[in-house]
Write a protein that binds this ligand. Sequence first.
Ligand code: ZN
Length: 568
Amino acid sequence: LIERGPNSAANSPDARPRRGGAPAKPWRSSIAVAAVLLLVAACSALEPSRGDVRHITIVTISDWHGQLEPLIVDVGGGATRPVGGAAALKAYFDAERRRNPNGTLVVTAGDAFGATPPLSSFLEDVPAVEAASAMGVQVDTLGNHNFDHGVERVRALMARARFPYVVANVVDADGRTFAPPSTIVTLDGVRVGFIGIAQPETPELVAPGRTGGWRFLAPAAVVNAHARALRAAGAEIVVVLAHMGAVSVGADGVPVGPAIELARASESVDVLVADHTDVTVNATIDGVLVVENRSKGAEYAVIDLDYDRAAGAVVAKRAVHRRPWADTITPDATVQALIDGFRARVRPLFDEKIGEAALVLDRSRAGESLLGNFETDALRAAYGTDVAFDTSGGLRDDLPSSYRPADRALRRPTAGYAAGPPWDLVRGDLVAIFPFGNVAVTLRVSGRTLWQVLEHSVSEGRVRDGVYTNRFGRFLQISGFRYVFDPRRAPGARVIAVSRLDGRAIPADDATYSAVTSEFLTGGGDGYTMLKSAGAVTREPIADVVARAVAGGLVRARRDGRITGVLD
Ligand SMILES: [Zn+2]
């Protein structure tokens, strides 16, 4: 079924852009979602392909992050429901295939492994890839988190997958791509070309060195060259799988963000499957149908294309988003058995009780947080430094986490466990919070550098309705000092005052302080390039440091005003 696409665009003639179809309306109402679900249940098959028109169906999920088990989502009124999970998704995908048995393909666009829950991360993400294969993913590309543990891990997992990865914009010094840049799949007699685009900012988003010597190219020219090459090789439909997202959807229903800019810049592309951000997108941008899903299998999209063979063009295209509720479908038994097997392997390790917490330690990207204070206090105590800081984005769950131990007698904030507080903490919590395996490093920083670091920390985000909001993970959690910032000021000039805990000012000068942070930052990750040449000393995995602090007695934390945002 799957053929490799051309490896080079060098000798391909120009093909005329083919952009068929009426613009799809942005489609976001949950009432409409429910209506469509009823429709899906009611109708068994699409209208069959007739005459010269062929129906092609592309089913997509985004940013799956090895979410083998269903997410538990709040549905209002204090009620929750399970959604997604590999076994439920497999059952939904099978139902979609039955609608269009000869013309359906399931794809995703990167980050299907990396930054995964403990069930997958503790087994080096083998579960994520095996489950993706088992639930029917047929083409993927690479996202930033795929590189969290380095190039060798990516290679090993790609080799394990029973589907191809396409990556057109990651190249070595000779211009060779990391993986085949594209592939052509024949669906119901129609040749559909897929081009993979990895997240262009991956080298900055992962720990230093994790992308090896690979260069990540800007996507637009790469897409256009490969689209031309695919057309020349006989592709009748061209689909881009890009690990790039929309950042928001405007009031007018038009999404904005890097994926939308790529759609505007692309030629000869019919569909762009976006990814990387947790946003629902269904819009036609300059003739390109752009579709993105909420992350982790919380929803999936069904893209239907009508290809007219006589006209040689896509004559209609549309997409709908659906929620794969796990409690209204029978999960696939084979995939469930696979998950149960992984669970049996990790459970004894994860379920070991390691301590107790007096309260739930939460997270924030706009201020100090209980977990951020606890983590950075633990780091500072472990290495006896003056200060500690780490990114909010490095904390991926609360403490206790969403991990669910087998022993229901444990006191956990999740439904179905014994009541607390105090809460019982298990090893699986730390794997959930620190899936990246970041390592602590110690170094000396000058007051001047510390100010630069803090300016970078608060350089994103804005004040809305009198509240500072920020979604960027670079916002730092800190220990050993205090600072005040004004988010209404221009980025780069927001920090007003920095002081030691005893109140003495820390001026932006050459005096130095001992510090502990993550190797992610000292490698310039998240844009912290001012820390790059700091001569850091590698210490232990941060998760191990925090585990020792957890074992030291009943965990407590509080907000103590170490970070103050001035708003009036
Ligand atoms: Zn991503």
